[in-house]
Design a protein around this ligand. Sequence first.
Ligand SMILES: [Zn+2]
Length: 299
Amino acid sequence: MRVYQSDQYTLPLPENHRFPMQKYRILKEELVKQQILTVDQIFEAPLIEIEDLYLAHDKQYVDHIINGTLDAKEQRKIGFPWSPIMPLRSRASVGGFMAACRYALENGFAGNLSGGTHHAHRAHGGGFCVFNDFAVAAYVLKQKHKITQLAIVDLDVHQGDGNASMLQGSQGIFIFSMHGEKNYPFKKINSDLDIALPNQCQDDEYLTKLSDALPKVIATRPQIILFQAGVDPLFSDKLGHLALSFEGLKQRDQLVLGLCKEYGIPVAIAMGGGYAEPIDDSIKAHLNTYIVAKELYSK
Ligand SMILES: [Zn+2]
């Protein structure tokens, strides 16, 4: 089991910006401190090739991000101001996920300690997402790794509108999203399977619906599953509006990863959202995902 990290690329954000930039570094440190991973299981994320970004994204959009020439309105949509480190951070985030997919194909499991940028569209960003890691990975996996069938399991509390807009209807890609009905993005874009949850949804309802849905994903016989394991359904999340407990989220991860293990389907995890304040609860929930993975994959 291994993970990729890119926390050296820290965006300079205005004070009181609600994006938890420190989460990435703390998660990496806690994984080691709590002996969930050893330092030699943590790898630096490579930058994704720009040519690979062009497979999924509009070339002009990619070039604007790289060169810092995006217009102000489009930049505001992303939610981060442009800075020279932004294209590097965005490329490392996608590159880390791509590397995790490649490792998972060979070894069953890998994670990226960032990413899950499911609000990025083909020609614009949104919701703190610049490039769409799952869409880029899907294109690269199909074109360069002979993958003919893959599935996305997106359990971040926010619907994966970018994944749906970029990949819906593509041959051999099944997209499943389970999310808060009354939450961002307010204009949802249909996936193959969408489950919209009411505000304050708790463990029992969540886990029942997930248990019913996952066999439909497995039935498509994916050669790899891309898992967006956002922890913003947690009760204490400031942006989530659901009410899952730590144990409920852990059981969520056990359900997904347990099925992947049982059916021998490689799985790559991207971090996704987590906006508790202070950030400790989100970190704890992200750590639990790796505790579950370790139990399943380090034997
Ligand atoms: Zn989210």
